[in-house]
Design a protein around this ligand. Sequence first.
Ligand code: FES
Length: 102
Amino acid sequence: MGWVVVCPTEELQDEEAVPFHHAGLPYVVFEADDGTVFCCAGSCPVCDAPLAGAVLDGTVLECPADGAAFDLTDGTSEEDGPPLPVFSVRVVRGRVEAQLPD
Ligand code: FES
């Protein structure tokens, strides 16, 4: 696992997904309304749909395909389904970085 530069903080959009790829895999970052930044896998663990169109409500992400909900603080499913992988995030000199598998 290493720190990967994702985007400048200016690219974060209020509660809307900012998609990106690393090592061939999709990820998304979000800025919650309190300014907290989250990073999770870019595909839904339920039916594998892309999460690029997802919107955050507080810390809860709702899958745009079929509505499964996940708490981004730890990835847990609100419906006791499979968890959504989440990753550590930090902001360094105006850039969002995520700690991702190589
Ligand atoms: S793709 Fe079916 S719940 Fe997310």
